[in-house]
Write a protein that binds this ligand. Sequence first.
Ligand code: G3I
Length: 324
Amino acid sequence: MTTPLLRALAAGRGLTIGAAVDAAALRDDARYRALLAREFNGVTPENALKFAPLRPRRDRFDFAEAEAIVAFAAAHGMRVRGHALAWHRALPDWLTAGGFGREELTAILREHIATVVGHFRGRVTAWDVVNEGLPVAHDPARAASVWLRGIGPAYLDLAFRWAHAADPGARLFYNDDGAEGGGAKAAAIDALVRGLLARGVPLHGVGLQGHVGLATAPDPGALAATLRGFAALGLATELTEVDVRLQGGNGTPEERLTAQAGVYRDLGLAACAAPRRAGLTVWGVTDRHSWIPGHTGRPDAPLLFDAGYAPKPAYAALREALRG
Ligand code: G3I
């Protein structure tokens, strides 16, 4: 019997195993398309559903790249996570340099969310409505968010309410990083989502991005406790942008790949054990398509498949975690 693929094992557990999809690779690379369709039952457009790609001008929406990804997902029985409606990054110059006041920014964000979520109603089943909405010391751009500075903290409530109005069937997530192992960030997200829920905001889940490294992988017990904490609020939990950097790790390349496999195993087990689990998405299909080398300026191999599209020890480890 052939070993079942990731998506078959995930489906058997009621889980989605997704991948962030690069629109150009999907368009141009047959091997990419084949690997994506074979192994994953979910997709997140890596960039095509962000504000700037969708809105080159205030009076124009460009859905072409997102439509291609959504169509591919539909053709291959894959769930689509929309990412991200309100974020401080990937914003077009006409917006950030527009000098808009509170009322106009509110109207712009409302129009954006209503149009985009409405356009994909029933086809994008989950949305990262707000991404990285909490100020953090290491990224001052978050506190300088045009939405937070221009509209005020109320933009979070409004964004969720507008998304729900545009597609009542979509599951709406708050998505953020740095909280996988608990601690101050997890506590800050907990306080934020409790406030949203207390005000009757339609919030259905928390996305923990899962951008980790060999040196920063969360303690499995702490991750399990973090997921349980949000589930206790009635929220679904997902690992939404998983990659495991090798840089910063010790040992030979083989030893680091083995250590990376251990982290993927732990993350997979956590996703399977999460009380209100929904899924785990890796942030790219192969190492060739990862954002990390460009971000850090150093080579890395953070994903499940190598630059030659071959499965790595991390793939086998995640598959074993899903087999239980
Ligand atoms: O498509 C344009 C291309 O036309 C242009 O020639 C080129 C050079 O300017 O830029 C291309 O757009 C780039 C895009 O990726 C597609 O490659 C943007 O400049 C670049 O900023 C963008 O980076 C993405 C980044 O988010 C910012 O949006 C990364 O691919 C993506 O992996 C990264 O993902 C984020 C999540 O959305 C949120 N969580 C953190 C995560 C990592 O930063």
